[in-house]
Design a protein around this ligand. Structure first.
Ligand code: ATP
Length: 598
């Protein structure tokens, strides 16, 4: 495929806000493709070179790309910088410069394969002299690019490709190209993706043998599985009702989720909730897991929490979060803030795909292959049949340092539902019983200038929830409380790569901030209650037409949800459920069940 065809499709994708139109463009773009171009285009369209969990980074900073643009267009760097400020982004700037220079397609047009190969070389350049290598490759590519190609090339290397194709939209398109576009076909494709987390694998299998060949895609050690997620219920009574009066309840540990992949030879790779590799953060787990898990290979899952080395008690989550990204001093962190992994699930044991089994069988396998020790233990679990038993267990969990309980269905069908949020698992934090005290994860979509002590910096942020059905980020609050000076100062560098010159098309809000951001950074907030709002757009129309939800008295908890991407933020449907349970508590009406999710 010519790169110009891909760039033209991106141009069309960028111009539309409608998910349906996007799908049509994607279908046209994907239909003629075959491996290996197909996989390359899928990765490129998401702004990546490899599946996300491989963590391949191009390592191209603004200044480096600017230098390459200057060299390729023979315009001084200062002038490129000035024009970029005027236009808003370097991609558009190079597009315009090439246009002004009447750059036409060369005799040696760029191809997807060629561009992909060169981008791989940019990513591979490491160490001394690598900056020069990256500049040279990018300059050469831009030297052969048409204006539109140049625009998207630069945006790609800077990580600001804004064509907005999310995984779920790509799965929609694949269903249409390689199956009959029906819902069952879509579900089958999605579940294969949830198990493999790799779009190329799915697309290649579909090309080869249609839906039937998806069955071949199983678990593989080293390739993370998208995590099973939990629903909420407002009371333990309702939790038990949902589970037909009998459930396994477990301590809900408040830490970081860890999916551990242990190969036959004892090599360990750890993945976070959003499938990023976190092995380097927890050397003690990498060391101890092959000893604690006796039957290999294995894929097990648990929550990692800090433990007081003196008393063996669970410590607050913040202590483990401080270890994130800390490459140096890990040894020190290890002895000061040791962690323990409480295992609650097993997906693969030896050659057996344990994830397909129901929970009682999985737990039995887990218990049989784990030799609990200092660093790796089993999550405390009990089977309960009455609200009294569940309440007693909850008290016990809280006393032991948990934040609540996780109730899990023992019924037929309680297999590991990868990537799905459903009532097979229900999370219950103690605070649910009084007002709205569960936290909400909001995506930063805007910033407001600070005043007084915060003059010259941000004073507050506009947060949005996510609506997967519409693929939109809808505002629900403006939050400035809860940030200390250090937390506020840490925001601009994190937000920098998401700066947007105008309201991003995927964002909806009746409020106009001083600065817009593309959805990227997720913050945890708490508030007094959810109220109906004429200016916010979260879950618009769910309760009354043209009215959205707002969070009253929002406060940042101090926790940046680094393990969450924007689409992992609290969803519109979750807000509706939280609002309903709030109303139910206030009026003590008989509960009406929230709508079942897919
Ligand atoms: P979610 O992961 O549901 O989107 P979240 O990241 O805000 O939401 P919580 O609402 O606190 O997390 O609850 C779910 C998380 O609880 C799980 O993803 C997991 O990390 C953690 N957890 C702690 N203990 C358990 C347990 N025993 N079983 C399953 N998950 C547990």
């Amino acid at each position: 495929m010519r790169f110009s065809e891909l760039a033209a499709a991106y141009e069309r994708l960028e111009a539309t806000k409608k998910r349906l139109e996007m799908r049509v463009i994607l279908v046209e773009m994907l239909r003629p493709l075959r491996p290996p171009d197909l996989g390359r285009v899928l990765y490129l369209s998401q702004g990546m070179l490899r599946p996300e969990y491989e963590g391949v980074e191009l390592g191209v900073a603004d200044s480096l790309a600017r230098k390459a643009v200057a060299l390729a267009t023979h315009v001084p760097e200062a002038e490129v910088a000035r024009r970029t400020k005027e236009v808003g982004d370097l991609g558009s700037t190079v597009g315009r410069l090439l246009e002004e220079q009447s750059r036409l397609a060369t005799d040696d047009p760029l191809t997807v394969a060629g561009v992909y190969h060169e981008l791989e070389a940019i990513a591979a350049a490491k160490g001394a002299g690598s900056q020069e290598v990256k500049v040279r490759i990018l300059t050469d590519l831009l030297g052969r690019a048409t204006p539109v190609e140049g625009k998207f090339l630069v945006r790609f290397v800077l990580g600001t490709l804004r064509v907005g194709v999310r995984e779920m939209t790509i799965l929609d398109a694949l269903t249409e190209v390689y199956a009959d576009g029906s819902k069952p076909a879509r579900l089958r494709i999605e579940s294969a993706f949830n198990l493999s987390s790799d779009l190329r694998l799915i697309a290649d299998a579909l090309v080869e043998g249609g839906l039937a060949s998806l069955d071949r895609i199983g678990l593989e050690v080293g390739r993370p599985v998208r995590p099973m997620l939990a629903e909420r219920e407002p009371s333990l009574d309702e939790v038990l009702k949902r589970m037909d009066g009998r459930a396994a309840v477990e301590y809900k540990y408040d830490g970081l989720r860890v999916q551990a992949h242990i190969a036959r030879d004892g090599t360990v790779r750890l993945f976070s909730r959003r499938l990023e590799e976190t092995s380097a953060q927890f050397p003690e787990l990498v060391r101890d897991l092959p000893k604690a898990v006796t039957h290999l290979p294995a894929i097990v899952e648990g929550e990692c929490v800090p433990i007081d080395p003196e008393t063996d008690e669970i410590r607050p989550f913040q202590e483990v979060s401080r270890r994130r990204g800390r490459k140096h001093d890990l040894e020190k962190a290890e002895s000061e803030i040791p962690v323990c992994l409480f295992l609650f699930d097993v997906l693969l044991s030896g050659e057996t795909a344990v994830w397909e089994k129901d929970l009682p069988d999985r737990r039995a396998v887990l218990a049989s292959i784990v030799r609990p020790g200092e660093r790796v233990r089993l999550a405390t679990q009990r089977v309960v049949t009455t609200t009294e038993e569940a309440t007693a267990f909850l008290d016990e969990a809280i006393a032991a340092g948990g934040e609540g309980l996780m109730a899990k269905s023992l019924a037929v069908g309680s297999s590991y539902h990868a990537g799905a949020r459903g009532f097979w698992w229900i999370k219950y934090k103690r605070d649910y019983t009084v007002g709205l005290t569960d936290s909400i994860d909001g995506v930063v979509v805007g910033g407001f200038q600070g005043r007084g002590r915060r003059a010259g910096q941000y004073g507050a942020f506009l947060l949005a929830s996510y609506d997967p059905a519409k693929d939109r980020f809808e505002s629900f609050c403006k939050v400035g409380t809860g940030f200390d000076d250090a937390a506020m100062a840490a925001m601009p560098p994190r937000l920098h790569r998401f700066l947007a010159p105008e309201k991003p098309p995927e964002v909806e809000s009746g409020i106009v901030p001083d600065q817009w951001f593309r959805p990227g950074v997720v913050l945890e907030v708490r508030g007094a209650e959810l109220t109906l709002s004429p200016v916010h757009r979260a879950a618009l129309g769910a309760i009354r037409p043209e009215v959205g939800f707002a969070l009253r008295f929002p406060r940042f908890t101090g926790r940046i949800r680094e393990e969450k991407g924007p689409t992992d933020a609290t969803t519109a449907l979750e807000l509706v459920e939280m609002y309903r349970s709030q109303v139910r508590q206030a009026t003590a009406e008989p509960a009406e069940s929230p709508p079942e999710k897919e």
